[in-house]
Write a protein of this length. Structure first.
Length: 478
């Protein structure tokens, strides 16, 4: 943005609410309607004045001033008609707002100048219409920025001071009485009266600016708070919608995943019942039934684990002091037999594991490490290697599981931690799985304030790194 654009921004109304109110007043021609009323009232009063007091005529300058106000009002009306002012449902264009602010300032300055001319020919310091200066100041303080309103206030005070001081000093002559039929009061020649009038207007203008600006700033603060609350509500609404969508998908997928092994068990059991499978084949069918039941049981256990983690309070991690070395050693012992059966080398030195405590529930940490090792062994062919290691970082402890398995396609990385999502290479391998293990890992990491990274190349292997924050007082240790 240019320096000129930044300068104009200082005069823009602060907050969307006041900007829209200003645009709405211009669109509804509120100021223009009031000027027509003032012009009409002035002309009517002049006619009445001449009818009642034919020998005490006012100067023609008063009529000229009223006509000038009408001509200026017609000009403002023509200029406003060229602006395409939106209603409140359309966002405001900065260029349009700049034109509205410029037009409003011009109208107010011309109004102040014509008001000063009118005061000059209708009594000057004697005229009570000086309150219209304050009307413009209050309007500017409500609709414009404080700096802009201050300029309007200074203009009002300077114009009034010029009129009354000019008459007192003899710069502006002759003096015209407020009521021509009465004798002159002499107030315009009384220095103390002039000083008091100028000082009173200055105090009134300052008071109006301070009080109205304070009110406007409070309105702006409340508007900002409402906008923040509105954004937060919108974000919460979107989060709730996403959660509902995830739950619906979770329920559909869980039902589908559980239906498959149950349907297979039903079919296989039917073979035995109908005598189609007997003898050795019946034994084989029974083994298949057992495997299907194990698969269904594992899925149910993972569903229960995910539900437990999601429903638990994240606060439990903050007070936790998990012994990562002990948990990892236990998980290694649990999966060593599965690795040996597949001919996979499980590489780890539990003596090299960090002894420092981390802020995560030990049961959740065991689930995370177990899911990573289970996936690594499942998707690594015989003769491969699975490595688990830890590394101390400034932010926390990194637990890294690397394998020499089938790898994960890059396009599957983003959805890898979603419930029931499995990569293309995992599906093509034919290895059983529910797609819930990494979803559990993600939930635990998000609750504990940790993070994860995945590095993988298809056909070469995968490395998954989990970083858990240090427990209290552990992060201070070198």
């Amino acid at each position: 943005m240019s320096s000129g654009g930044r300068m104009w921004e200082r005069f823009y109304p602060r907050g969307d609410l006041r900007s829209r109110v200003l645009v709405d007043l211009v669109r509804r021609q509120w100021l223009i309607h009031w000027r027509w009323i003032i012009v009409a009232a002035t002309l009517v009063l002049l006619v009445i004045d001449r009818q009642l007091l034919p020998h005490a005529e006012r100067p023609d300058a008063v009529l000229v001033c009223a006509l000038l106000l009408g001509a200026a009002n017609a000009l403002w009306l023509a200029l406003q008609s060229r602006l395409t002012l939106p209603d409140r449902s359309v966002s405001l264009d900065p260029g349009l707002l700049r034109k509205v602010v410029l037009l409003t300032n011009a109208q107010m300055l011309v109004d102040l100048a014509l008001l000063s001319v009118l005061l000059r020919y209708t009594g000057g310091v004697e005229n009570p219409l000086v309150v219209f200066y304050l009307f413009h100041v209050v309007l500017a303080a409500h609709l414009l920025r404080p700096a802009n309103a201050l300029l309007q206030g200074l203009a009002a005070w300077a114009l009034y001071s010029f009129v009354v001081v000019g008459e007192w000093a003899g710069w502006l002559t002759p003096h015209y009485a407020f009521l021509p039929a009465l004798s002159e009061s002499g107030m315009h020649q009384d220095g103390a009266c002039v000083v008091a009038a100028v000082g009173a207007l200055g105090v009134a203008v300052s008071g109006c600016l301070l009080s109205m600006t304070r009110v406007s700033l409070q309105v702006d603060a409340h508007e900002q708070a409402l906008e923040t609350a509105h954004r937060d509500l919108q974000a919460s609404y979107r989060a709730i919608e996403k959660l509902q969508e995830q739950r619906a998908r979770f329920t559909r997928t869980a039902a589908h995943q559980l239906k498959s092994p149950v349907a297979a068990v039903q079919t296989l059991a039917g073979l035995i019942r109908d005598g189609i499978a007997d003898g050795a084949s019946a034994r084989d069918v029974a083994e298949r039934i057992i495997r299907r039941c194990r698969s269904a049981t594992q899925q149910v256990e993972e569903l229960l684990t995910l539900a437990r983690v999601e429903q638990s309070s994240p606060q439990r991690h903050r007070a936790a002091r998990a012994d990562a070395s002990r948990v990892l050693a236990s998980v290694l012992e649990r999966f060593s037999e599965a690795a040996n059966l597949k001919g996979i080398r499980l590489s780890a030195d539990d003596r090299a594991f960090s002894r420092r405590r981390i802020a995560v529930d030990e049961r959740d940490l065991e689930d995370c490490a177990g899911n990573l090792l289970d996936n690594a062994i499942k998707y690594t062919p015989g003769g491969g290697t699975v490595t688990i290691a830890t590394r101390e970082l400034a932010e926390g402890l990194e637990i890294r599981v690397a394998d020499t398995g089938i790898g994960i396609a890059e396009e599957s990385h983003e959805e890898l931690f979603e419930p029931f999502r499995r990569g293309h290479t995992a599906l093509q391998s034919g290895a059983p799985g529910s797609g819930l293990g990494l979803a559990i890992v993600r939930e635990v990491l998000e609750q504990s304030g940790g993070r994860w990274t995945v590095t993988s190349r298809v056909g070469e292997g995968t490395t998954v790194a989990l970083v858990f924050p240090w427990a209290r007082n552990e992060g201070e240790r070198s």
